[in-house]
Design a protein around this ligand. Sequence first.
Ligand SMILES: [Fe+2]
Length: 379
Amino acid sequence: MNTAVTKNALVSETIAKKFETEKATPYTRWIAEEGLDIIPSLYVENLHTVELKPWARRGGKGLYLNHDASRTSNDCYVCEIAPGSELAPQRQLFEEMIYVLDGRGSTTVTNGAGAKVSFEWKAGAIFAIPLNTVHQHFNGSGSEPARFVAVTNGPPIINAFGDTDFVFNTPYDFKNRFAGESNYFANGGEQKGLLLDTNFVADAVNLPLISAKERGAGGGHIRFSMAKGSMNSHISQFPTATYKKAHAHGPGAHVIIMSGSGFSLMGPDTDNLNRYDWREGTMIVPPNMWFHQHFNTGTTPARYLAFKAEGVSIRNAQGVPKAWISRRVGGDQIDYADESLQVRETFTAALAQVGLTPRMAEAYEMELADLPAKVSQKG
Ligand SMILES: [Fe+2]
């Protein structure tokens, strides 16, 4: 852990030069034209305070956060609306999921037939914009800014067409996604197993969860399908003094801490992990196939929201994400029984600093019931 060798995959200038002309894309050029910066999204300590720049076209302030495959999958931005102000209306041929970080306000959504719905939100709400509807966000406070973080699948769409006028100015109603239903953004929705079919959750920080043990440590889980989009999201929660199993998956899972405190170990392989401390408002985006593992060292449960795109889930032939399958049978999840002693020592030491001891005995025990046999390395 924290070894001297950093596997950051950087190469010589000579090799980098050969690919220089391929580095910029219609997507990155568009962000530059918007006058905004792109920063890495690997680890953002505090989304509430990360610095934004004026965003003239939208009428607020903004910042883009990109991961190692943003050009081919999904991206993220933070946006702030000044007190008593609103953003310009916008329509777009890509999907967008939003988590409100600060403040309160409202949003109107209108389709080409003129059907208009509006709903109010405050910090802790999540919702999605139905594809290509004209939407506008208003700050409901005259004294406090409103700030949100959004994940979109804009990069592949903008790169595929290379024409932002087409992406932002094409009138077409996707009626199977939004047909002007007046209760479209009603709080609630239909629970189907782990999946909550909804378009708006008013208070995701306190939303009741479903018990889920697959990734260890007696956690709660809920999955969302919002605005009938192709992108997906979930919330996970795990108790104090426990940790989840390490796993790896494709790029683009935006993990936003909603409550609690702790740290994640993350790195390109299990011998090369770094520690990233988090609390409410921190965001972590594990790069492609990096192992990552989340540890709760606070005195309360820790809850996070993950905004994703399908590319995150590399699946087996049965359609099960490999990040949920043991490495013993070819998956990308490390069982507790196979983790290094260092992982447990790091956790125990971190808990000791706040006067706690690990509460993992039950999780270790439960794992043994379904633990696949170790496959021999011989032959
Ligand atoms: Fe993950």
